[in-house]
Design a protein around this ligand. Structure first.
Ligand code: 13P
Length: 287
């Protein structure tokens, strides 16, 4: 059964490790992530962006697929199904479809409007037992056509949103989605420290997990990050493994064109990436 992300993140914050949010794109992605979490006895969050939601034929299709897998694959570790960077309308659609967690990304609204909409959604989520992630300070890079500049969040605004009663809080600390450019300045640990001082026990969320060096990840966890989002890195490893299979001409040998064979190396590559991240985040054995 899907669970809210609240308990797993409260434990992670207290235990100084982070739970990975891995974004899903299709059946192979979902199965690879769930099986890896089970093998490593790790809690996990499946992230779905609005674009990926459309791609996978809608939120209800995703809920059906994930719930089916939990049962058929005998997944017993805690799994949350989470809307990533949700719009106000998207949050309501996912709540109705059976997601166990949503992110309301109100970072592009003026702070008053972000507060008003977040407050309303907290009420709905509390009533239904869902977790809610809010965002302060837009996260850079491009996601679903929205480009942010990678700003640093204002710690006072973070406190304001945290005090509303959100479950977890994403704050911009110089992180961006996708690959980091060669001239990237790195994470702003001063900002993160100031945010954690003001928000106390609140589990903080680090977006743009792809390509952040291991030492920075560890330092971010030590300063209160309890959830780390990874998307692009699984896409890159899937694409590289699939490219290799095709370039080696394997699809031309015997029944190598069978989609179950074509997609197998990519599937294994996602598993390896998820395993590496769970080990780095410290969530192995924490289910
Ligand atoms: P990356 O694609 O950079 O890993 O970021 C993922 C993310 O933050 C999803 O919200």
């Amino acid at each position: 059964m899907l669970v809210s992300a609240k308990e797993m993140l409260t434990k992670a914050k207290a235990g100084k490790y982070a739970v990975g949010q891995f974004n899903i794109n299709n059946l192979e992605w979902t199965k690879a992530i769930l099986l890896t979490a089970q093998e490593l006895n790790s809690p996990v969050i499946l992230g779905v962006s609005e674009g990926a939601g459309k791609y996978m034929a809608g939120y209800k299709t995703i809920v059906g697929m994930v719930n089916g897998m939990l049962e058929e694959l005998k997944i017993t570790v805690p799994v949350a199904l989470h809307l990533d960077h949700g719009s106000y309308e998207g949050c309501y659609k996912c709540i109705e479809a059976g997601f166990s967690s949503v992110m309301f990304d109100g970072s592009h609204y003026p702070i008053e409007e972000n507060v008003a909409k977040t407050t309303e959604l907290i009420g709905v989520c509390n009533e239904k037992g869902l977790s809610l992630e809010a965002e302060v300070g837009s996260i850079g890079g491009e996601e679903d056509g929205v480009v942010g500049m990678g700003e640093c969040a204002d710690p006072a605004e973070c406190k304001m949103i945290a005090d509303l009663g959100v479950t977890m809080l994403a704050a911009g600390i110089g992180n961006i989605h996708g690959k980091y450019p060669a001239n990237w300045q790195g994470l702003s640990f001063d900002t993160l420290d100031a945010i954690q001082q003001k928000t106390g026990d609140m589990p903080l969320v680090l977006h743009g997990g792809t390509g952040i060096p291991a030492e920075m990840i560890q330092k971010a966890i030590s300063l209160g990050v309890a959830k780390i989002n990874v998307n692009t890195e699984c896409q890159l490893s899937f694409a590289a493994a699939t490219r290799k299979y095709i370039e080696e001409g394997k699809d031309l040998q015997g029944k190598g064109f069978d989609p179950r064979k074509v997609l197998a190396p990519g599937f294994e590559a996602i598993k390896a990436t998820v395993k590496e991240k769970m080990e780095l985040f410290g969530s192995v054995g924490k289910a």
